[in-house]
Design a protein around this ligand. Structure first.
Ligand code: COI
Length: 361
């Protein structure tokens, strides 16, 4: 059966969800797909209604074992790249509940992305049901409180066949998951080292920088791999017009702290992060003045503190930034750590949730 020994004990104890399995070393979680083969995933396909109404019909396969997909070589996604994804986390609270953080935000961002990429938009209720079903079916893979989280990866793919350039005639929406720990090497609160990229750009005005499409995440790899080889954790991108304003890191959004003021780049060509939005609201509730505005690399290099945010990254203090010959070491992390504690306290339900962000599975 699906429940391990610990899962059966949890059922005896009357908890709604299985306890963490013994089959994973919870002390040693990185950010990888090491354990995915043991998990369950949710699958649904969309085809156009035969009645000519232009409506999408969603056929639910539902939860089943993690498996490979069989794709037609002329599948749209393999040729032209209709692929968008989300990142979400389920946490185990200290009293044994499983919770999600602002899942409606991911549901609506996927619908926005589907519109930008001419794909079938998964209905919000289907998205939320799929995500919750995936967490419930994988309860034994949600790490013990404080040891990490179950990372959820909803993806929408244009799986239907097409040869001429156009949108796929059918789509696959699926949610798979993996237990994860810290994203960056060195552990969750180890300050990260960023290299500012001066030649290549992640996104341009009018492009898809604000869409969570797969195509935004591979063009960054050439400079990211070079930077990693030089001991950096990731790359900080500048705007494509003036090569002057910071945009985002390949895997997360960025914030700079100046005394009581916190600045983060305005939306447009950057990913509208759920953690970004939450940190803006949290910081304001703590009395900080928060501006969403153009933020030049010169200002970032003069900031008191810099930190990055994302679902996978959570909140990472930045310890060092290099921009050509300019180098800056940061020493203070007080604001970053206070915001990290508030955010993760809400996410794990050890602190009050005044914004109603946390949803029970
Ligand atoms: C996330 O933070 O969830 C993402 O999707 C970013 C990815 C580079 C791991």
């Amino acid at each position: 059966g699906g429940l391990g020994v610990s899962g059966r004990l949890a059922a005896v104890d009357g908890l709604r969800h299985a306890s963490p399995t013994d089959a994973v070393d919870w002390e040693d979680l990185g950010f990888s797909c090491e354990h995915v083969a043991k998990t369950q995933m949710f699958v649904v396909t969309a085809t156009l209604s035969q009645d000519g109404s232009g409506q999408w019909e969603w056929a639910e396969e539902g939860i089943g074992p993690y498996r490979c997909l069989e794709l037609d070589p002329s599948a749209q996604v393999l040729n032209y790249g209709q692929s968008i994804f989300e990142g979400m986390k389920a946490q185990r609270t200290t009293d044994g509940n499983l919770v999600l953080f602002r899942p409606e935000e991911n549901a609506s961002r996927m619908r926005d992305g589907a519109a930008r990429m001419s794909m079938a938009p998964p209905p919000k209720d289907l998205f939320l049901r799929a995500v919750k079903a995936t967490v419930a079916a994988n309860a034994e893979f949600v790490p013990p409180n404080g040891k990490g989280s179950l990372y959820l990866r909803p993806i929408l793919l244009g799986t239907g066949a097409i040869l001429g350039l156009g949108p796929a005639p059918s789509y696959t929406f699926l949610v798979y998951c993996s237990p994860v720990g810290a994203y960056f090497k060195g552990g969750q609160l180890t300050p990260i080292r960023l290299k500012v990229e001066e030649e290549e750009h992640r996104a341009a005005p009018g492009g898809t920088g604000n869409t969570k499409c797969a195509g935004n995440y591979s063009p960054v790899l050439n400079v990211q791999l070079q930077a990693k080889a030089q001991g950096f954790n990731d790359v900080l991108y500048l705007d494509a017009v003036e090569n002057k304003y910071v945009e985002e890191v390949s895997s997360c959004n960025i914030f700079a702290v100046f005394g009581n003021k916190i600045v983060t780049p305005s939306l447009g060509t950057i990913l509208p992060g759920v953690t970004r939005r939450s940190i803006i609201d949290l910081a304001r509730s703590k009395g900080f003045e928060v501006e969403e505005a153009p933020l030049s690399i010169e200002e970032v290099l003069k900031a008191d503190e810099v930190f990055t945010t994302g679902t996978a990254v959570v909140l990472s203090p930045v310890g060092y930034i290099e921009h050509g010959a300019e180098k800056r070491e940061y020493g203070g992390y007080d604001v970053a750590l206070a915001l990290y504690d508030s955010l993760t306290g809400i996410q794990q339900q050890t602190l009050e949730d005044p914004f109603d962000w946390v949803v029970q599975v």
